[in-house]
Design a binder for this molecule. Structure first.
Ligand code: UDP
Ligand code: MG
Length: 327
């Protein structure tokens, strides 16, 4: 039985680049099928993340032109991670393997062959890892490096320089479906599933067209989400910080008592102000971090649906399940 691959491609307002990259995805799929590495009934699944431009029209047109293209549409924009999840869950019963990839051509599409080879060699997760960050601006490069180090330091296992270009087998997807959290940070969640994994290195290019949806502010938001979704170390650090501040305060108290006995208490104004400000600042930061976790718990408790699919380019029951004949 041949391996049925689903490429999962999230798209948000991508009318400029989609017509260019769709052809490249199809080329790769056809080549892999010709080489016998995947089955010919493999698919390219576009997930329209509630675009406001003509992205969905392009997807429906493509699916009318070639049966390898299929698409689903989210009822509204939910963000890249939720769009990816929607795609993965949509095909979890049908695919033997999935490869998630952005639709802008930044990730080297040809690296898919190495990923599929690694799967045939027995790996269940294959991480696409950027071999260099030469196309990044200095600020993005430095902030990314800092972020990966920080995350690993905080105890979250993330693969350095891996974003969301990744092969995942049906076995992993089945287990991953049990991860019910609402705060998604997929690149940090898949390592938690386990199974045999490896990395494939590739060159990351400039966007082929259109513009990025991740300005620095959104990137920092995602980074912060990543930390608080994957690690409770910041809360533990607050406890450590509390001990340090207590020790400093204790020294301050001794100093105040000694000053009192030496008759130099009038000069204490500056030190009092410093103490009050310092303590106030530390407490506010700690409250903020705790608040962030409480906010996340609030969202988790509500357990709202993580994605809502409003349209499909195909009838769900007519899509073949894995192992089913296409004849
Ligand atoms: N994307 C999405 N929903 C969003 C924002 C982005 O599905 O709300 C998709 C987008 O179409 C692209 C991928 O996520 O395929 C990565 O986005 P982008 O290329 O803008 O990010 P960058 O590569 O600049 O970090
Ligand atoms: Mg991009």
């Amino acid at each position: 039985m041949q391996t049925k691959l689903y490429m999962i491609v999230p798209c948000y307002n991508e009318e400029e680049v989609l017509p260019v990259t769709a052809g490249l995805f199809l080329e790769e799929l056809t080549e892999l099928a010709l080489k016998g590495k995947i089955s010919d009934d493999s698919r390219i699944l576009f997930v329209d993340d509630g675009s406001h431009d003509s992205t969905w029209e392009i997807i429906t047109r493509l699916s009318g032109q070639n049966p390898h293209f299929i698409g689903i549409r989210q009822s509204r924009n939910r963000g890249h991670q939720n769009a990816l999840l929607a795609g993965l869950m949509e095909v979890k019963e049908k695919a033997d393997i999935t490869i998630s990839i952005d639709c802008d051509g930044q990730d080297d599409i040809r690296a898919m062959e190495d990923m599929v080879d690694a799967y045939h060699d027995g790996c269940d997760i294959v991480y696409g890892v950027r071999s260099s960050r030469s196309t990044d601006k200095l600020l993005k490069k430095m902030s990314a490096q800092f972020f990966y180090r920080l995350l690993n330091h905080l105890g979250a296992e993330v693969v350095y320089n891996h974003a969301d270009y990744r092969l995942v087998s049906a076995k992993v997807l089945k287990e991953f479906a049990g991860f019910r959290e609402v705060n998604l940070y997929l690149r940090g969640m898949f390592p938690l599933v386990g199974f045999k994994s490896t990395s494939v290195y590739y060159e990351r290019y400039e966007r082929m067209a259109g513009k990025s949806h991740y300005p620095l502010s959104k990137m920092l938001g995602l980074a912060f989400d990543g930390i608080t979704s994957l690690s409770v170390r910041p809360i533990q650090m607050i406890a450590g910080l509390g001990v340090c501040v207590s020790i400093i305060s204790f020294i301050g108290v001794i100093w105040a008592i000694v000053s009192e006995f030496c008759g130099r208490t009038i000069t204490g104004w500056a030190s009092t102000v410093c103490m009050v400000c310092f303590m106030g600042g530390v407490q506010l930061i700690c409250l903020g971090v705790l608040g962030e976790y409480i906010g996340k718990i609030y969202l988790e408790v509500k357990a709202r649906p993580r994605y809502i699919i409003s349209e499909r380019t195909y009838e769900e029951e007519k899509e073949t399940k894995k192992g089913e004949s296409v004849l």
